[in-house]
Structures are given as C-alpha cells and as structure tokens.
Design a protein around this ligand. Structure first.
Ligand SMILES: [Zn+2]
Length: 611
C-alpha cells in the first residue's frame, strides 16, 4: 500500500508554480471571463434570429452554421475555464457559482440552437446539396450536416420530438430510484472479520474488503454483500426492467428494431461489431481460463473461487516516483512514438498543462480536458508519489495527445472524438508504460507485480465487461421479444453467463450461487445503455495497436495518427480501419490474446525458475 505524501493538507498557495496548471492563458481574470460570457449571450441572440430562416439561401445557411460553431467553440473555452477554476478548490463558493453561470448559459444555448437539426431535415437533401455547390466554404460542415441527414428516418416531427423529450423526465426515474435505494436506503450487510473488526459493507467498503489477503474474510465479505442483494432482487429487477422497457420505447418510436441498433447507430457502428465482440471473447475463453489457473497457482490455492478474483497475486511492490521522476520516465516510455509525440508531451510538462499536487479542497481523481480548442488540453492529477500516479498520468496524457492532435488537424466542428475511440490513446500509453517497465525493472518480484497487474486489467476490462455486455443484450432481447422480465429472470441469466466465463462447469473457478445477484450491484446497467462494451473494445484495439507499434515501428505509428489526428472527421469504425485494424475481423482479438498468452509465459518462466 502506498501513502499520499501530501495527504491533501497542503494549501494551493504553497504549491510551486511549475506543478500547477496555468489557467490565465484562457482568461487573465474573472472580469475578462464575464466580459466573454456577455459577448456569447449576444451571439446567441443573433443565432436566434436565424430561426425559421436558416435555409432560405446558401448564404444564410453558412452564416447560421458559422455562428453556431463559433459560439460553441467560445462556450467550450468559457466552461473549460470555469471547470478548471472550480476544481482547484471546490470549497470556494464564488468559483462554483461561476461554474453554474456557465452551465446555465450552455442550457440556454442548447434551447436556442434546437431549431438547427429540424430545419436541415425539413429543407431536405437536394436543397442542401445545392447549398454546398453554391458556397464552397460550407465544405467545413459537410460531415456534420450529412450526419443529420443520415438520421432522417429516425427523426420525428417537431411535436413528436417534444413528446419524447418530455418523456425523458419520466424515464430517468429508474436511475434515481437505483441511486437512492442502493446508496442510501438499502440496509447494508455487516460482517465480522477475523481481526475482530466489524465492517458495514457500503460499496466502497466492499471494494476494499473483497480484496483482503485473508481468504475466509474475503469469502465472508462477498457472500454477505451479494446475499444482501438477493433480498432485494425483485425490487432491483422491477426497476431495471423498467429501464429496459423505457429503452425499447425510445428505440421503437425512433423506427429501430432493437435498442442495440439504436445505441450503436448514433456513431454508425454496425451491430455486427457487438456480435463479433461477444463471439470472439467466447472463442477466447480458454485463455481467460489459463489466467484463472495461473491466478490460483500464484495465490497458492488448489481450487480458485469467485471470491479470490480480487485478491492480490503478488506482494505490492513499492515503486517511488516524484513528479519529476515520473515525467522523466514517461519521456523514455514514449520514445517509440516518435519525436513529435515526445516533444508535445514535454511541452505539456514545461508549459504547465498539468495540475499535479493534491491540495485541500481540490477535486479528487484525474482527468484530461481538451475543450479549449485554440489553446491546449489540461490535466488534473492528484499525485501520490507511486507507480499508480505515473500510470494515471500516462493514461491522461493519451487523452491529452488525442485532443491536442485532433484540435490541431481538424476544424472545430470535427475535432471532438467519439466515446468509441476515446480510450484507445490512453490505454496505448498504459501498454507502452507496462512494456517499458517489464523490460527495465531489476527484480523478479517487480516483474511479477507488473505482469500480474496487467493480466488483472485485461480480465476486468475485457472479459468482465463483455460478460456485462452480454447480460445487457440478453435482458433487452427478452423485452424486445415481448417476454416478461423479473429480478429472478435476471439472476438466472447473469449466473449462466458468469459460470460460462469463469469455467465453473470445468472446475476452473467455482462460482458460488450468491454471485447470481451481482448484477444488482452493478449500477451501469441502470445508468447507461450499451456503453460498457466500449471499455473492452477500446482496450482490445489499443492492445493490438500497441503490439503493431512495437513490432512494425514507424509504419504502424503513422497509421495510428489517423486516430490521433482524426477527431470526429470520420465515423469511429472508419478511423480504426485507417489505423490498420478491421473491427469486424478477429485480428485485434488475436493480437490481444497472443499478448496475454505471452505475458502468462513470462510469469510461468519466473515461477518455474523460483521453484
Ligand atoms: Zn480515460
């Protein structure tokens, strides 16, 4: 376990400038920010005057779009600054209220600009084509406009759209019910650990105690937690079924056959990508089972159980990194990516793009924001002098490089990348860091630690998330087929999937019956629709691309820049194809699974040598 050297007791004013981000690049002070806010308000009024007239001529069509995206860009900068300021110290009320002013302006902007899509659809493709021929400058907005036209058959009349929008307030109820019941009103299970300590199993306590080294304790913790969910499976089930039916209500009314089709079509992702993901993971379950057997060996148990999954395989190795040491390490790690990449990362260190130190009142966690299009991305960190900090910085730098290069190469309208490709750059960086570390650490224990952590990441992010994706798919299929769906049905479906993934019947990992209720604990099912599969696809594509970069060098890097520079200039599937992978083939999976087996070979070798 690592401790936070700064322990959040440092005050922001005591942090050296070079470890703080430089916000003054966006606005010198809050007065300047307020001036800009007023200017944006006036721009929005001007945009409003295009309502009903936007498509009168090519000229007005262009002027309206030009203004719309100028406001958008300006607004992004405005809200980016407000967020950065508020996150520095969330206790400062004045900064929170500035943030709220930005949000209010954003809502107003959204309302005013809501005429744009319907007017484009109303005037129709033919007229729009003429506009593009007439006014060359319009080509900048071609992808944006064509995407609106693409969704024509799924866009309804103005009145119908209003009704659907209004229904949103009702269909979000399931989300609220889950949050309130799961976090506050549900009585938590309590367990007494072998140390004599009595623990109440909140979500956070559960994550912590299911990973304890004492086997009996972690068994007790997991069974108590999940058996507690069994008591409420009908309530959780009715709530989740309501959410799935709401999903289907929208899909049907928007002329889709299934919710899956609707969710994926937003980014023009074919349903076959999802089908291929599940099929490929099924095919590769033997590799997952090999990992589970290896885990049993490393834990020193004869038979692995589901409650052993979170137990640490290797003693935690202490890697110590100050910010400066972390920076130096990462510059070496990214060397295979070429000069431009490394020099840009160096710029982010030297020109204060990053806020490192955990200070009193600062927002926790880490993120990258690339919203200030004409400037540079910002990264928030809470550095704790350990390897985790370096790894988090590598991850966030991936997002930052993606934003930086996309902002540099695309017009604003095409610069923001889609969620489907969002985690590729970040996890490629994590892959490169892991490769570098494994090659350069000195002891076997350090190597085992890094390799073990890596495999755990693949299990949790690829295999576990696809099992979730499969569950989500199955419960939607039931509703779409007009079949009843209860909590008991969900437990049956979930248990079947988990047993298959973990090789229960083959005796690879025994899945106790209380695991059937785990679905109720996973809030993603209520909060999102067909979202989690992107965690797996991102990591699979990233692992495959990192393997190509290691093996092929420059040609693979050049192709990878199609994603880094690409923003949303094309659909995510097309960008991935340009980067050298076909999401419909098995190539990315084959490379990832080969990498996973290679890592397991390395671990076997070290363990055999040790014995
Ligand atoms: Zn990320």
């Amino acid at each position: 376990m690592t401790t936070n050297a700064f322990a959040q007791n440092m005050e922001r004013k005591d942090v050296p400038e070079k470890l703080k981000w430089d916000n003054t690049l966006l606005y010198k002070n809050i007065n300047e920010w307020q001036k800009n806010r007023t200017a944006i308000e006036q721009q929005i009024e001007k945009l409003n005057s295009f309502k009903g007239k936007m498509c009168d001529s090519a000229e007005s069509f262009y002027s309206a779009l030009r203004l719309y995206f100028d406001i958008y860009k300006n607004y992004y900068k405005l809200s980016d600054y407000a967020f950065r300021n508020a996150d520095e110290d969330i206790r400062i009320g004045a900064n929170q209220s500035v943030n709220q002013q930005a949000t209010t302006l954003g809502t107003h902007f959204g309302e005013v600009s809501s005429f744009i899509n319907p007017e484009i659809l109303k005037v129709g493709e033919e007229r729009i084509k003429k506009f593009f021929d007439e006014k060359k400058e319009l080509s900048e907005f071609k992808f944006f406009v064509n995407d609106i036209l693409r969704l024509k058959e799924h866009t309804l009349t103005e009145r119908e759209e209003q009704i659907l929008a209004g229904a949103g307030a009702i269909s979000s109820t399931m989300n609220e019910v889950h949050a309130i019941f799961d976090n506050a009103e549900k009585p938590n299970a309590k367990v007494k650990l072998s140390t004599g300590e009595e623990v109440e199993l909140s979500s956070a306590a559960y994550s912590k105690y299911r990973a304890v080294p004492d086997r009996e304790d972690r068994e007790k913790v997991m069974s108590a937690m999940l058996d507690n969910y069994k008591k409420f499976q009908n309530t959780y089930g009715a709530n989740l079924a309501g959410k799935v039916r709401a999903d289907y209500f929208y899909a049907k009314n928007r002329n889709y056959k299934t919710v899956l089709e609707q969710s994926l079509n937003a980014n023009k992702i074919p349903v076959t990508v999802y089908e291929n993901l599940v099929e490929q993971i099924h095919k590769n379950l033997p590799t997952m089972h090999r990992f589970l057997k290896l885990k049993a060996r490393m834990l020193g148990v004869d038979q692995l159980y589901y409650y052993d999954l979170y137990a640490p395989m290797v003693k935690d190795v202490e890697f110590k990194y100050t910010v400066e040491e972390g920076q130096k390490l990462l510059l070496d790690v990214f060397e295979p990516m070429g000069d431009e990449y490394v020099s840009t990362v160096k710029k982010s260190f030297d020109e204060r793009w990053i806020d490192y130190v955990a200070t009193a009142g600062k927002r926790s966690g880490a993120y990258s924001s690339g919203a200030a299009y004409d400037y540079h991305p910002y990264i928030l960190m809470n550095w704790t002098d350990d390897f985790e900090s370096v790894s988090t910085l590598a991850h966030e730098l991936g997002h930052t490089m993606h934003s930086y290069f996309s902002n540099k190469h695309q017009p604003f309208v095409d610069a923001q990348y889609a969620t489907f490709v969002a985690e590729i750059a970040s996890t490629i960086n994590e892959n490169l860091l892991n490769n570098f570390m494994v090659k350069n650490v000195k002891t076997d224990d350090e190597k085992l630690y890094l390799l073990g952590e890596y495999l755990d990441l693949l299990r949790a992010t690829i295999f576990r998330q696809v099992s979730f994706a499969e569950f989500e798919w199955e419960i939607h299929k039931k509703v779409e087929a007009g079949e009843p769906l209860t909590g008991v049905d969900m437990s049956k479906i979930y248990y079947g999937i988990v047993k298959k993934y973990y090789g229960h019947d083959e005796g690879v990992c025994i899945v106790p019956d209380y695991v059937a209720y785990e679905w109720a604990y996973i809030h993603h099912f209520v909060n999102y629709t067909y979202y989690v599969y992107q965690y797996s696809t991102s990591l699979i594509y990233a692992t495959a691309l990192a393997e190509k970069i290691v093996k092929e060098g420059q040609p693979a890097i050049d192709k990878y820049y199609s994603i880094l520079n690409g923003g949303s200039s094309d659909y995510p599937i097309e960008l991935i194809k340009k980067a050298g992978l076909d999401p419909l083939s098995s190539e990315a999976f084959d490379l990832t699974i080969a990498k996973m087996n290679g890592v397991m070979n390395q671990i076997d070798e070290i363990l055999n040598k040790k014995k």
